[in-house]
Write a protein that binds this ligand. Structure first.
Ligand code: NI
Length: 224
């Protein structure tokens, strides 16, 4: 499942939400994506992005943020304190986004967790995989429409060139209550184990001890 908290969530946004986003994006105004990239990322970024002043931008952003907030596993993995910008991008044939790390602060928000919400059906475009460049090698993801990949913003990553069709995606950034990815992973694992134990045996003394440990670690590590 989670590898160093690189976490695919296959159904973050239900089909109705995906269709609503696609319908609004179909008539929205897009501009050159290099406008929102840092100076070195500009060198490798080729896509189009929803213009920030488009009238649909606030509504679309709210749909994505709500989808994250409504998903228990996404919340457990990210523990959001604040959301940074949420961008909507199109990659047509020949577009891609070479290896880069996301800016540390975006829209005034420290970026701890990045996410990509896939909005196009994987069969509708060639290429366009989101690749995490980890110490253990490259991990490539091409999720179903409505699926999202969450990963530490400290990770080098890229979007492989699209060779046919169109890759439509939303990308966003989260400031977490827990800055450190290793800490988030420990909390995620304890929380997962405690919920599984609860499903098996109910509110046992062991469940209570794991709950206490989870709370007390969060209290030690959280920025409030
Ligand atoms: Ni990026």
């Amino acid at each position: 499942m989670a590898r160093g908290m690189i976490l695919p969530v296959p159904e973050l946004l239900p089909t109705e939400g995906v269709e609503r986003l696609r319908a609004r994006l179909a008539t929205a105004r897009f501009q050159d994506g290099a406008a929102t990239a840092g100076w070195h990322a500009k060198l490798v970024k080729a896509n189009r992005q929803l213009a920030p002043d488009d009238p649909a931008a606030a509504e679309l952003r709210a749909i994505v943020e709500q989808a994250v907030r409504a998903h228990p596993v996404a919340m457990m993995a990210t523990r959001p304190k604040a959301f940074g910008p949420i961008l909507f991008s199109r990659y047509g044939a020949g577009d891609g986004y070479g290896s880069h790390v996301d800016d540390a602060i975006m829209g005034g928000v420290r970026t701890d967790v990045s996410f990509t919400l896939f909005l196009a059906d994987p069969d509708s475009y060639e290429g366009g995989e989101l690749v995490m460049e980890t110490a253990a090698g490259d991990l490539a993801f091409k999720l179903p429409a409505g699926g999202a990949l969450f990963y530490p913003s400290t990770t080098l990553h890229r979007v492989e060139p699209v060779s046919a069709g169109e890759r439509l995606a939303a990308v966003g950034w989260i400031r977490s209550h827990v800055r450190d990815a290793a800490g988030r992973e420990i909390l995620f694992d304890i929380d997962t184990a405690r919920q599984s134990l609860f499903r098996q045996s109910g509110k046992t003394a062991e469940f209570d001890l794991l709950s206490k440990s989870l709370s007390n670690l969060l209290r030690r590590w959280a920025d409030d």
